[in-house]
Structures are given as C-alpha cells and as structure tokens.
Design a protein around this ligand. Structure first.
Ligand code: UGA
Length: 429
C-alpha cells in the first residue's frame, strides 16, 4: 500500500521503517531540517534497537523515502499521523502539531484515503477532529493507537498483543487489515472514542500498577516486610500477574506521566473526578522525594555531600530523559546543596540542558563515583549492575552509601563489600 507517515519521532519512525520493511511504499514527512538530514543519510535520530538496520534497508530498497512536506498530489492510500502531543503546563494535551498536520492534509486531499491517528489524543478528540477537518472530504478517520515501548518498539510493532481500530464507518477496516497483514494479533474494531480510551486506560492502568507497588514498597519499609518476597507472592496469582510490579523511583518517559495527567484532566473536563488516577500521579510525584529523604537520613544531612546519580535515561536501552526520575532527584538534591555528579552511558547530551548547573557528567561509572560518599541508582543499566563494585568502593568515600532506586543490585554482596545498602522496600541486608 502507499503510506504517508507524518512525523518521524519515536512512533512515526518506527511505524515508517516497519511498514516499509513489510513491503509498503512509505513516505516519511519530517519538518525538522536537522532530523530530516539525518534520516535521508540513513542515521536514525533516536536510539532504538533495530531501527538503524530497518532505516538503511528501507532507503536502499526505495520502499522508504523522506520529505519535508506532504507530496502533492497526495496519491496515497493511507496517511498516518504520528506527530508529538506534548503536555501543556496545566497537563492538557497540546494538539497544535496534530491540528497543523490535519489542516495540511485537508487542504490538499482529493482522492479517498484512510487517515490513521497514531498520536495519542485524549478520548473524544478524534471525533471532533474528524468533523472539523474532514467533514466534506473523502477521508475516513481511524483511531489506531500504538502500544510500543521505547527500546523495544520494533519488536513490539510486530509482536503487538492487539490491533485497535476505532472508526465511525467500517469501510477502512479492510485497508487497515491489509496494512498490518503480516502482524498476527487480535483485532478490536470499535468507535473512535473507545479506541482512544483503550490507549489511555492501558497506560493509566500500568502506571497505577507501578504506583501501587511503590506504595506497597513504602509500606514494607514501615512494617519491616521485604518487597521482593511480597511481589513474588503477588505475581504468582495470574489475576495479578508479575509484570509491572517493579518498585522503585516511579515511572518516567514521554508516555505515562503525560497520559495520566491528560486523562485526569479529560475526566475532569467531562465532569468526572477520577480519584484513583489522581492518587497514581501523586504517588509517582512523591516517590523521588521519599528517596531523597531516605538519603538525607542515611547521610546525616545532604549539604555539601558528594553524591553520584547513576542513570539519567528514564529507563535502560534508551537515551530519552523526558520526565526521568533522575531529573527530579537531581533537582531535589541540588536544592539541598548536595554536590552532584551523574553518569549515563548514552543520555548525557539529552540530560545536560535539563540538569541543575554544576552537575559533573560522565559516561564512566568509576570516574563518576570517585570520591562520592553516596550513589543513587536511578536507571538499571546493565553496565551499572555488572560494574566492578569492589573497585567502585575503593574510589568512594565514607560512609559508602548505595541507594538502589530500582532494586536492581544484590544487597548481600554489596553489604559484604562494605557498602551501606538500601533499596526501595527491601529489608536491610
Ligand atoms: C509505555 C508503555 O509500556 C507502552 O505500552 C506504551 O505504548 C508507551 O508507554 C506509549 O504510550 O507510547 P514506555 O514509556 O516506553 O512505554 O516505557 P515502559 O517500559 O512502560 O516504562 C515506563 C516507566 O515505568 C519507566 O520509567 C520504568 O522504569 C517504569 N517502570 C516500569 C517501573 O517503575 N516499574 C515497572 O514495573 C515497570
């Protein structure tokens, strides 16, 4: 099929590369000149497993091309919109990039096409957008949310556990099935607003699971239980499931924080007070604060203390630092006059402009921890977990504190090496 993908961020680039790899003829539209130049030269502007290979294969075969504007005439079967929907300051969704993309399509469309909305828009938005931009155009609007995890997005594209098609008119369903013909997954066909709600409900539920387990971890500390055993016992119940029960410093990234805020606001705007979701957000905001208080207690004050933050990306295998708990931790420690260093294998350039002044940055864990009296593990990068902690301790200073914000390290081994170890909800070794 002929597909135009508007936007070459995480979602648009993965979609474009995967669709081209599946044999569709794809034109990616990217308005940022620097990003476009990289794409055309075959270098992906994001760190994502397998994307460089798919990008160069697509360019080499001619199945994938890029442009800075919509082709005219459009001459396509599908337009897929995958532009950003960032948060506004009040938590609402900034729809301006979407509106711009839809206005451009609306201005030039003449032949029938299916418009697939991949960007996340709050429930109820798509119906209004379809009415506003395409009421008198040969365009069928389809809400078709994505469930891609950063770092595993290519795999998730092909191994998705569902394809959601939200439309007010069943004619595009065959076209969408053809588009995803090589993906074996159950298809749910519903209306636009229900499809949008599935996306936000999925992220809100996963975020709630994380906040729930973080509350249980905090409770474990209060009552003297151990979160590792509690989670094992919980997860063995298949109705609960073991996934997304890793306690820590809370969720970050470009999706959960933004989508939970947007759904909360959307509920309020529609007259519903979503109390559970508000608590999920509140718990997540507080989790880094809880950790900093703990570090304060362990160090006997933070002022002037040399502290190394291990990890800046919001999770391993990505260089994305958007809403990373590391940024919140750094700001909180900086406000308390701690002296900070931070280490990340790939995310330093993205984090630098978002960190407080004076944070010393390094990609080398031994350099970053040299002379530090405490380390906070924020991102569970394998290179941190598998570091030579005996060597690390030699370089560190008294009182050799480790606050493991992801419960990813081995407490007994580290205590044996002479560290004062604490996790999140783990019983002291
Ligand atoms: C998330 C969802 O998992 C995807 O299904 C969804 O498509 C995507 O958002 C989106 O809306 O586009 P992603 O943001 O890439 O994907 O990251 P996750 O792997 O879900 O992790 C999110 C955050 O939760 C990370 O900060 C991670 O450290 C944290 N997390 C995750 C926990 O603290 N505990 C857990 O048990 C799991």
């Amino acid at each position: 099929m002929r597909v135009i993908v508007i936007g070459a961020g995480y979602v648009g680039l993965v979609a474009g590369c995967c669709l081209a790899n599946s044999g569709h003829r794809v034109t990616g539209v990217e308005s940022d000149p620097a990003k476009l130049a990289r794409l055309v030269s075959g270098s992906a502007p994001i760190k994502e497993k397998d994307i460089d290979r798919l990008l160069s294969d697509g360019l080499a075969s001619g199945q994938l091309i890029f442009s800075d504007t919509l082709p005219q005439p459009l001459a396509t079967d599908v337009v897929m919109v995958a532009v950003g929907t960032p948060s506004l300051t009040d938590g609402a969704t900034d729809l301006s990039y979407i509106q711009q993309a839809l206005a451009e399509v609306s201005a030039v469309v003449s032949e029938p096409l299916v418009l697939i909305m991949k960007s996340s828009v709050p429930p109820g938005t798509g119906r209004r957008l379809a009415q506003r931009y395409f009421a008198d155009k040969p365009v069928t609007y389809v809400a078709n949310p994505e469930f891609l995890r950063e770092g595993q997005a290519v795999n998730d594209w092909y191994q998705t556990n569902r394809i959601v098609i939200g439309t007010e008119d069943s004619t595009p369903v065959a076209a969408i099935r053809e588009l995803y013909a090589d993906i074996a997954a159950p298809v749910i066909t519903t209306d636009i607003t229900s499809a949008e709600t599935i996306k936000y409900a999925a992220n809100a539920f996963l975020a709630t699971k994380i906040s729930f387990v973080n509350e249980i971890a905090n409770l474990c500390e209060a009552v003297g239980a151990d979160i590792d055993y509690v989670v094992e016992g919980l997860g063995l119940d298949p109705r609960i499931g073991k996934d997304f029960l890793r306690a820590g410093l809370g969720y970050g990234g470009s999706c959960f924080p933004k989508d939970t805020r947007a759904l909360n606001l959307s509920a309020l705007n529609n007259g519903y007070d979503f109390r559970l979701l508000k608590s999920t957000i509140e718990v997540n905001t507080k989790q880094p604060i809880v950790a900093v208080h703990k570090l304060d207690d362990m160090l006997g004050g933070l002022e002037g203390k040399e502290i190394a933050i291990l990890g800046l990306a919001f999770k391993p295998e990505t260089d994305d630092v958007r809403e990373s708990p590391a940024l919140a931790i750094a700001r909180l420690l900086y406000e308390r006059d701690a002296r900070l260093r931070a280490c990340d294998p790939v995310a330093i350039d993205n984090a630098r402009p978002l960190l407080p002044a004076g944070v010393r940055l390094s990609t080398d864990i031994y350099e970053a921890t040299q002379g530090a009296s405490a380390v906070v593990l924020v991102t569970e990068w394998p290179e941190f977990i598998n570091a030579d902690w005996a060597r690390l301790r030699e370089g560190m200073a008294d009182p050799y504190i480790i606050l493991d914000g992801r419960n990813a390290l081995a407490p007994e081994r580290l205590s044996g090496l002479g560290f004062h170890y604490s996790g999140i909800g783990r019983r002291p070794a």
